[in-house]
Design a binder for this molecule. Structure first.
Ligand code: 5CA
Length: 440
């Protein structure tokens, strides 16, 4: 992409209401624009990152055999009345009436709808397990939308739903997601810690929140220090293997404040007690027959009798992750994107547009990096160098190639690694090879 042809409305001033780094940088880097409280327009740069995060989530869901579908954002109140959640959900639910006075709502989650869908088709344990997910916008009329996309009212969620014949089988599904989540966040460069959590309005008696530690996190958390740096499990393809991962991670103390047991925590060695703040980037639930029983979603078991299907649900805060990743990875100058989610792989800065040698070298770099799949952003605008450097640091692409007439006289360009600030001079071809190797 050529910057002269892109839409990147960067702001010089820090917006007054943006109190945390991710919110500030997302506004300043032209990633999002607030349209009304907690509702954002995803500008091209922000949208690109959102899509990359979504794709990682999708790939890791597919790896555990979950199947993608798409449910609507607008739901009938009838499903929610059947489960009793229509009244229970309260003012967070956006309620709508259509022209025929029928009650609708903008979905805050989809347990009720998918349980209704499930019971229309599935009758036998032989068709289980099922594990379905979608990535869809949600609406929750939060009392205090804040921190930009971190606590929005409209937000993008991956929500998966599992259907099993027994509680034991449902635990197998739960563990699949548990493992998938560890791998999902690690691919985004995040250290997410699973913690025992309160089930809230989704319900059930077993749930884990996945939190990344950050001073600006909204949740107070307590955990064993060793959990933070545990490497992701990678591919685990047996039920026993996944149970072992679950057991390993849950053997050490980790809880959100609602589930905190001060006495148990105090028994940890003093140097292992970590009390910190965290950002909840995912939440998984096992709730058995909480929805299937009132909705009579039953399947015939091997015994020939009907059993309510045993369910769990599994959420990832896709749009929240855009902010969460920035909280975890930035400096004073701007964002530092992990390679896997960076909106562009590298930036090319032309220090003197109109200079024949500089233009030609940039065009050549641009063509070759594009062909190599690096997806470069070429700053071909006629701005001052200082402005170009500041803008490129702000938007945080992993690598920058700075091209100027002076360097070109010696046959070199400068490659800057955003994360470390390290600058190296090399030939344009060496720059391409260096960046390609970094992306392998
Ligand atoms: N149905 C279940 C799981 S599929 C569910 O809705 N779980 S949840 O309420 O915990 O939401 C899942 C994830 O969505 C949360 O972990 C969080 O990362 C994200 N999320 C929740 N509320 C918001 C919000 N207001 N703004 C941005 N992300 C949110």
């Amino acid at each position: 992409m050529r910057l002269s042809q892109y839409f990147l409305p960067v702001l010089k001033e820090t917006p007054a209401d943006a109190t945390i780094a991710s919110h500030r940088f997302m506004l300043r880097a032209g990633m999002v624009k607030q349209d009304s409280a907690g509702i954002y327009i995803w500008l091209p740069l922000g949208y690109k990152v959102l899509r990359k995060i979504e794709q990682i989530v999708r790939e890791e869901q597919n790896k555990i055999g979950a199947v993608e579908m798409l449910m609507p954002t607008i739901q009938s109140a009838n499903h929610w009345k059947e489960t009793g959640r229509y009244d229970a959900y309260g003012p967070e639910m956006l309620r709508i009436t259509d022209r025929g006075d029928r009650e609708l709502l903008y979905g805050p989650t989809n347990e009720d709808m998918i349980t209704d869908m499930f019971r229309s088709y599935v009758r036998s344990y032989k068709d289980l397990p099922q594990n379905l997910y979608h990535i869809q916008w949600k609406f929750r009329d939060e009392r205090r939308p804040r921190f930009g996309v971190m606590r929005g009212r409209e937000f993008l969620m991956k929500d998966a739903y599992s259907f099993d014949i027994s509680p034991e089988a449902a635990r197998v599904s739960y563990n699949k997601h548990f493992v998938a989540y560890l791998n999902t966040y690690a691919r985004m460069g995040l250290k997410a810690v699973p913690m025992r959590a309160d089930t809230g309005p989704i319900g059930g008696d077993l749930s884990h929140e996945f939190l990344i530690l950050a001073e600006t996190g909204e949740s107070e958390v307590f955990c064993h220090k060793d959990l933070v740096d545990m490497p992701p499990p990678g591919v685990v393809d047996t039920d026993a293997g996944r149970q072992a991962v679950f057991d390993e991670r849950t053997a050490l103390y980790a809880a959100t404040d609602e589930m905190h047991d001060a006495e148990a925590f105090a028994k940890l060695p003093a140097d292992k007690q970590l009390s910190a703040r965290g950002i909840e980037v995912g939440h998984i639930f096992y709730f058995g027959d909480k929805y299937s029983k009132p909705m009579n979603a039953v399947v015939a078991g091997p015994d020939g009798k009907d059993h309510p299907v045993m369910m769990g649900s599994y959420g990832v805060g896709v749009s929240r992750l855009v902010g969460g990743i920035i909280e975890a990875s930035h400096d004073d100058d701007g964002i530092i994107w992990p390679k896997a989610v960076a909106p562009f792989g590298a930036g090319i800065i032309n220090l003197k547009t109109g200079d024949e040698a500089a233009d030609a070298a940039c065009e050549d770099l641009y063509a070759k990096l594009t062909a190599a799949g690096i997806d470069p952003l070429y700053d071909d605008k006629d701005d001052r160098g200082g402005q170009k450097f500041a803008r490129m640091d702000l938007i945080g692409l992993p690598y920058q190639i700075v091209v100027g007439p002076r360097g070109l006289k010696n046959g070199v360009v400068e490659v800057k690694t955003r994360a470390t600030g390290e600058k190296q001079e090399m030939t344009p071809d060496a720059a391409i090879a260096f960046i390609m190797a970094e992306f392998e």
